[in-house]
Design a protein around this ligand. Structure first.
Ligand code: G3H
Length: 540
């Protein structure tokens, strides 16, 4: 069957969906606020899967259920619950010992793991991520929580002693910041939401979290775990249209930390709404347009393999995806030929199919958008060079390799966030370097080549442009213990297992002149275990 025919027949009949993957609609009529799962009787948002089924009337997206469309009133209720639980730093949670907070989090992970199958299936149906990758996202998140707990133990152990300098004794630790508003992206609705939510909670902050626009229902099975694992008000959930419910939270001035993964445009809008921006700390993962640079001496098979996974994993919907390729003219024919052949070997299909790589897209506006940027590239002299590249059927778009791309095309600057690979030929390495220097984005880059002098010189230029230079490897966030950040419009703050604990806390110390009276006083506090902060207890 031709690729075009495969695309046109990509969606199954209802009867073709395997029993193990089937899903019943989930009508979510509740939300978590102040330690209670409250009933919601207001309007709800209908959730449609990117997966379509063939029916008598043609293709129809599968209805997955609905979730509450909350209003400003409930949003402020959630915020007030978080603010009351924090109580200006005097609440139960921010004053609890690190060891006790860890025990609550361990309880949460235990309960979370029990919901694995349900969450993974919802994740697959809500955003069209393959079953294998959905399971990986869940497991990576659990591992992230466990690693974060271990990193916090280590951090606490390292500060479990007093230092004495210039006649002053001090104990230096980290203290929470206040109320954190957490919003993750739809491409990693569980993992990226939790990579801010979990460290924020662990450090003693209280949280309001709003799931992304797609990937909402998968959080429902975890509400009871949040309610039963943490004191009331520590975790509160919000559902609805960001425009209506997030603005009032920011304007209230009660949000101390904005943890947001999405577009820089929205991040700017939110930051500006805060009445005292100097009080707002931001942890942001934003836009990116990571370039891949293929040098004349590159191992072409390796570069092609990394390009395919780098540009097309989860259909190119990763902030770290390779979104533009610069290929030296001397190797362009070989590179393009192998790239096209490699793409033809990729499995397309429904997310439950084993080994499937290209699946339907959750954003209804994405297929027409991709068609537009491909048409724009064609207008400016590029061609789609792979068979059926860009062929679309409902929510499904077949990957397109666009060549040769130039600065007049939208694909030069826009973050396509989808299965389109723009390829730019170059003669001199200064050309891709100029692109990276002039770009508004500054997340990562991949360089493919073998010559140590060239790679070293490029590395030294590129590390001041982006935050991670990948040599003969695709761009990626992991391993999660590595710092993940970006320059320019790409990020604010650094996330990793240990960095995240730092961004959601502030250094605080207790200091006293080394007089006999103070020594006696401090000794009394330590021996009597009278303080949770001023304490030399060592977490085992
Ligand atoms: O969407 C951006 C993610 O942080 C990418 O993570 O590189 O592990 O897919 P990843």
């Amino acid at each position: 069957m031709s690729i075009e025919a495969k695309v046109q027949n990509i969606f199954p009949l209802e009867a073709d969906v395997p029993k193990t993957a089937r899903i019943a609609p989930l009508e979510q009529k509740e939300y978590l606020v102040n330690g209670r799962i409250k009933a919601w009787s207001g309007p709800r948002h209908e959730v449609l899967s990117p997966v379509c089924l063939k029916g008598k009337k043609g293709l129809a997206r599968v209805r997955l259920g609905s979730y509450p469309l909350m209003t400003e009133k409930e949003a402020l209720e959630a915020l007030d619950a978080a603010a009351a639980a924090y109580d200006e730093g005097r609440g139960l949670w921010p004053t609890l010992s690190v060891e006790a907070r860890i025990a609550h989090m361990e309880d949460f992970v235990y309960r979370m793991k029990e919901k694995r199958a349900e969450v993974v299936n919802l994740l697959m149906w809500e955003i069209g991520k393959s079953a294998e990758d959905s399971a990986k996202e869940f497991d990576r998140t659990v591992e992230y929580i466990v690693d974060t707990i271990n990193a916090l133990k280590e951090l606490d152990r390292n500060s479990s002693r007093l230092s004495v300098t210039q006649g002053i004794m001090a104990q230096i630790k980290r203290a929470p910041l206040g109320v954190v508003l957490c919003m993750g992206p739809y491409n990693y609705p569980l993992n990226e939401t939790f990579t801010t939510l979990i460290p924020a909670i662990l450090m003693g902050n209280t949280v309001v979290f709003k799931p992304p626009k797609y990937g909402v229902l998968l959080h429902r099975p975890l509400l009871e775990a949040f309610r039963d694992s943490f004191p009331k008000g520590v975790v509160n959930t919000l559902y609805g249209e960001g425009r209506k419910i997030i603005g009032p939270l920011m304007k209230s001035g009660k949000v101390n930390v904005l943890a947001f993964i999405g577009s820089s445009k929205v991040a700017d809008l939110l930051k500006q709404q805060h009445p005292a921006p100097h009080r707002l700390r931001c942890v942001l993962g934003l836009d990116a347009k990571n370039a891949g640079i293929v040098l004349p001496d590159a191992d072409i098979d390796l570069a092609v393999g990394e390009t395919i996974t780098g540009a097309l994993s989860f259909n190119g919907q990763r902030c770290t995806a390779l979104k533009i390729l610069f290929v030296h003219r001397s190797v362009q024919s070989e590179f393009l030929e192998k790239l096209v052949t490699g793409i033809e070997a990729i499995k397309l299909g429904m997310p439950w199919e084993p080994k499937v790589k290209i699946t339907p897209l959750p954003e209804a506006e994405k297929p027409p958008y991709l068609a537009e940027v491909i048409a724009d590239a064609r207008k400016h002299g590029a061609k789609v060079i792979n068979e059926a590249g860009g062929a679309a059927n409902g929510t499904f778009v077949y990957p397109a390799v666009i060549y040769p791309v130039n600065a007049r095309m939208r694909l030069w600057k826009e973050e396509q966030f989808g299965p389109v690979i723009p390829v730019v030929p170059f003669n001199d390495v200064k050309e891709p370097l100029k692109y990276v220097v002039e770009s508004n984005f500054g997340q990562q880059v991949s360089v493919f080549g073998k010559d140590p002098d060239t790679i070293a010189a490029m590395t030294d230029t590129l590390v001041n442009q982006v935050s991670r230079v990948n040599i003969n490897s695709q761009c990626q966030r992991g391993p999660d213990i590595f710092p993940f950040t970006g320059r320019k419009d790409s990020a604010e703050g650094t996330l990793s297992v240990s960095d995240a604990l730092r961004v959601f806390s502030i250094r605080a110390l207790v200091a006293a002149k080394e007089s006999d009276a103070n020594k006696k006083l401090v000794r009394g506090i330590l021996r009597g275990r009278k303080s949770k902060f001023l304490s030399t207890d060592f977490i085992l």
